[in-house]
Design a binder for this molecule. Structure first.
Ligand code: SF4
Ligand code: SF4
Ligand code: SF4
Length: 169
């Protein structure tokens, strides 16, 4: 886990160097860029985004930056965090409702990839981004997937996982 000293070291380096895969975290939606989180959030005392999120999926890391945790719920794109952010790190100018996370289903762990019928992830996906081949073998369509995270906690075998991508990519 990165220390506060590592964080300041990152701040001192050019932005292009800070956006490395190992530094990425899943951020709240409506984010303009990763470097704005690094620049603004550390000195934001209110952390209004985390306070206002009624799904309680926004947490603050040890560097003072907000990140999302989908272990209990997901994002409804309610706009509240963007409206609450006074520093315009989150902004409703962003047109696409998209979270910087790429979701995948493990073929080894997923019951429907192992001859057992299960639609637990399909029902909460309002984007219809989980594609089944008949009754089996679901895969996530990453073009349709908004990264809302609601499927993750519904899977009885923890077969769904996600990795952060670059904000706005
Ligand atoms: S309210 Fe805005 S500036 Fe403050 S922590 Fe949240 S995103 Fe960052
Ligand atoms: S859009 Fe709403 S549900 Fe999603 S992270 Fe922001 S406040 Fe939470
Ligand atoms: S597949 Fe994507 S859009 Fe569908 S519930 Fe999961 S994270 Fe949300």
């Amino acid at each position: 886990m990165a220390s506060r000293r590592d964080f300041f070291k990152r701040l001192a380096t050019p932005v292009t160097n800070t956006i490395r895969e190992e530094n990425l975290k899943v951020r709240p939606p409506y984010a303009k860029s990763e470097d704005l989180f690094l620049k603004e959030c550390i000195s934001c005392e209110s952390k209004d985004c985390a306070t206002i999120c009624y799904e309680k999926i926004i947490f603050i890391d040890e560097d003072g930056l907000p990140f999302l945790d989908f272990s209990k719920s997901g994002c409804t794109f309610c706009d509240d965090c963007a409206k609450a952010c006074k520093r315009e790190v989150l902004s409703l100018d962003i047109e696409k409702e998209q979270i910087n996370a790429k979701f995948t289903i493990s073929f080894e762990s997923c019951m429907a990839h192992n001859s057992t019928i299960c639609f637990s992830c399909k029902e909460p996906c309002i984007e219809d981004a989980i594609l089944f081949n008949g009754l089996f073998n679901p895969v996530i369509d990453n073009v349709k997937c908004t990264g809302c995270g609601f499927c993750l906690s519904r899977c009885p075998t923890d077969a769904i996982s996600y990795k952060p991508t670059v904000v706005g990519s």
